[in-house]
Design a protein around this ligand. Structure first.
Ligand code: M6R
Length: 610
């Protein structure tokens, strides 16, 4: 959730560290701090409450000269957002930054207090600083002290230690929270996400679970959980260099909404021919796995869960394969029964969501035939730990509210379902051609949906004074309503709920009055007539309806019911298409409400804690 950056260089690193934090701010943003060893080996620590800009201004007005440093942007878990709780935390000559949660921090705190340590913060992180300081009293090196400390920690962490008396060395430890080392020439870096370092290097080494590494200007020495020296592969990143720039857009979310046609082209490139899905593009061995799959279990959180819920309709209707979808935080603690020949699919933008990762690890023990991830971040934990990784290729997503990650997940899932149905002999060449033809049209159709930006901006005015909203859909448009409601609540702070429209009369109908806007996703399909009856139930009770439909659906605008007539699109891609107006609506409502669109309160982009 938080972001870490570190550097050991011969040049001044303050600017590199602060720029890295800026690029990581999407992960957490209630306070930030930096600690740098200056040319006299004195520790210069600056921490500020609020966004990275506060820290950057403080560092600008009092520049720090020094080549070794660590920095952190925080998303509070233990202890309120405050300067005292901001990282880095210091114990004697040791400075520490940390992502994750130390679950046994209370026990450790008590032990350390008995040893005479005085705590200056409410954080769990401070125990790491004192533990390293304590261990270093008897250890031969900072590396050994961190290894001994790591052995005492329970929970999830990515942590970096710096010793004032050993100024050209950083020691990092990873367990449950990602860390990547960026390799430079005569200088080395580290971060919790490669994005932080793309302006200084493109060569990266991803640490694995249990790794502890010692980083100097010239060397990187990595040790596994047993203390054995290990090598980790060096990868060249092709992530976008300027992903951290908004360009002509006012917000990253807006930029990412408008990037969707291009993102979708990238998602599909090399994976579909004129009329077929190229099964081999899913990965080596995919064809065999697909032939044997009898059941699919999808596990995900948030927006990714909504993508899974949409795909469930496709798995069963198109490929004839049964599919269950579950929220990862529930799945991981449920005593589930593994079905025979069941394929586990995790869905995740970041590839680092703690609950989804835990679910994957559990499923591997529980006899799933194979585990595949549909993920956006190459090199992420889910990608590295899954048997198959089918990448969404959305490009870096910075806005906390997921947009292009969702639509590219859906396109990836539709390609996957088609490949599965084909391998199982359920989708014939004619059907495959129809689906693939629709997929080819998708980027152009999304452009058409984006053209509704202006009318939706006007519509958003109606929501400015509302405190609640309901979203309705049926079939595969129910999860699209769920996604619409998640987007609205997340960035505009309007309380929103989504219902399968047929469920209205079983309770939610009681909520309907003239103050309750009801947004309906209502394209022409087999369930339209049923949905129209549900709409009538709302109208009869004075509800305010906003119906997104196509011209064939036959709605007529009348008092209490606005119709937004969208172009007609093929049924296969319609859920992806109808996501766009939902995204635009929430974006414009948030603008009117003046919220922090890219970094909504209390949220973080990558949820790497439970
Ligand atoms: O990185 P993931 O897709 O695993 O993240 C899952 C959720 O945390 C994420 O989708 C969250 O719900 C978004 N803020 C929604 O916009």
């Amino acid at each position: 959730m938080c972001g870490i950056v570190g550097a050991v260089a011969q040049r001044d690193v303050a600017e590199i560290l602060v720029e890295g934090l800026r690029r990581l701010e999407y992960r957490g943003y209630d306070s930030a701090g930096v600690a740098i060893l200056d040319t006299e080996c004195n520790l210069q620590r600056v921490r500020r409450l609020g966004k990275v800009k506060e820290l950057a201004d403080a560092v600008d007005s009092n520049p720090i000269i020094g080549g070794t440093g660590i920095a952190h942007t925080r998303w509070a878990t233990h202890g309120e957002p405050s300067e005292a709780n901001a990282h880095p935390h210091v114990s004697g000559d040791i400075s520490i930054v940390h992502n994750g949660i130390i679950e046994n921090h209370e026990v450790l705190r008590a032990v350390l207090q008995e040893r005479g340590y005085v705590f200056e913060s409410q954080t769990d992180t401070e125990v790491i600083a004192h533990l390293v300081e304590w261990e270093l009293r008897s250890a031969k090196s900072l590396l050994e002290a961190v290894q001994k400390t790591a052995a005492q920690l329970e929970g999830a962490y990515g942590t970096v230690a710096m010793d004032r008396r050993d100024p050209e060395r950083l020691v990092v430890a990873r367990s449950g929270s990602p860390l990547v080392i960026g390799l430079g020439i005569g200088e080395n870096f580290l971060a919790s996400d490669q994005l932080a370092l793309l302006n200084v290097t493109r060569r990266f080494m991803f640490l694995e679970e249990g790794d502890v590494a010692e980083i100097t200007r010239r060397d990187v020495n990595i040790f596994d959980v047993h203390g054995n020296a290990v090598e980790r592969e060096i990868t060249e990143s092709n992530a976008e260099h300027d992903a951290g720039d908004k360009g002509q857009y006012r917000h990253f979310m807006q930029k990412e909404i408008f990037e969707q046609p291009t993102a979708l082209i990238n998602t599909m490139e090399g994976r579909i021919s004129n009329d077929t899905v190229i099964v081999e593009s899913i990965g080596a061995g995919a064809a065999d796995i697909l032939r044997n799959v009898e059941h699919v279990q999808i596990v995900a959180c948030g927006t990714s869960y909504n993508a899974g819920m949409t795909a469930r309709y496709w798995f069963e209707a198109l490929a004839g394969v049964s599919c269950d979808v579950e929220i990862a935080s529930e799945f991981r603690y449920r005593k589930f029964v593994t079905r025979p020949n069941s394929l586990l699919i995790t869905l995740s933008q970041s590839g680092e969501t703690a609950d989804t990762l835990a679910a994957l690890r559990l499923a591997k023990e529980k006899g799933y035939m194979s585990a595949m991830t549909i993920c956006n971040v190459a090199g992420s934990s889910l990608v590295r730990e899954s048997d198959l990784a089918f990448m969404t290729r959305a490009g870096t997503e910075i806005g906390v509210a997921s947009t292009k990650a969702f639509t590219t997940q859906l396109a990836t899932l539709l390609m996957f379902v088609t490949a599965l149905g084909k391998q199982k002999g359920v989708i014939d060449p004619q059907k495959e051609k129809e689906i693939v033809t629709s997929l080819h049209q998708l980027p152009t159709q999304i452009e058409k949906a984006l053209a509704f930006d202006k009318p939706i901006e006007q519509l958003a005015e109606d929501f400015a004074d509302k405190h609640h909203a309901l979203f309705l859909g049926r079939g595969e448009f129910y999860p699209i309503a769920m996604e619409g409601s998640l987007k609205l609540k997340e960035i505009s702070y309007i309380h929103a709920e989504a219902y399968a429209a047929g469920e209205l009369k079983h309770g939610p109908l009681a909520l309907i009055d003239a103050d309750m806007p009801v947004i309906v996703v209502a394209p022409t399909n087999d369930l339209l007539e049923k949905l129209k009856s549900n709409i009538e139930e709302v109208r009869a009770r004075g509800g305010l309806l906003y119906v997104f439909a196509d011209s064939d659906a036959g709605f007529e605008e009348c008092e209490g019911m606005k119709i937004i007539t969208m172009p007609k699109v093929d049924e296969f891609i319609a859920p992806i298409f109808y996501t766009i107006p939902m995204q635009l609506l929430s974006y414009h409502v948030a603008l009117i409400k003046g919220t922090d669109v890219d970094q909504p309160r209390n949220l973080a982009k990558a949820v790497t804690v439970e």
